[in-house]
Design a binder for this molecule. Structure first.
Ligand SMILES: [Zn+2]
Length: 114
């Protein structure tokens, strides 16, 4: 058994006795603030777990961003429909109508630039 100077603690992941000073934070594998882990466990277990978490967070952010931009498109479409209808003074355009008009305009615009 190796003796360390100063205080020692036990790696919360493998149970090895390690110096407290220089021990690592095992978050997210153990979240209690007084838990520490050794260098090997940190490299082999904690870092991969953190990378997985970052990946999941990015995936979640991507989904939120996509749904936000879809909502924004819908919001823009509703504003355009409202201004069409305000101009005509009646509720004559549906969202589908507006989408059709914008789509055909976009196609006409594309044909013009060819
Ligand atoms: Zn360990």
């Amino acid at each position: 058994m190796v003796e360390y100077e100063g205080t020692t603690t036990r790696c919360c992941l493998c149970g090895k006795v390690i110096p407290t000073w220089g021990s690592k934070n095992p978050d997210p594998l153990r979240s209690d603030s007084d838990q520490r882990c050794c260098d090997e466990c940190f490299t082999e277990k904690v870092i991969p777990a953190r990378q997985v978490m970052v990946g999941q967070r990015e995936e979640k952010m991507k989904k939120i961003t996509v749904s936000l931009s879809e909502e924004f498109e819908l919001w823009k479409l509703e504003r355009i429909r409202d201004s069409f209808n305000a101009e005509l003074g009646e509720e004559s355009y549906s969202l589908e109508d507006v989408a059709q008009i914008l789509l055909s305009d976009a196609i006409i615009e594309k044909v013009r630039t060819l």
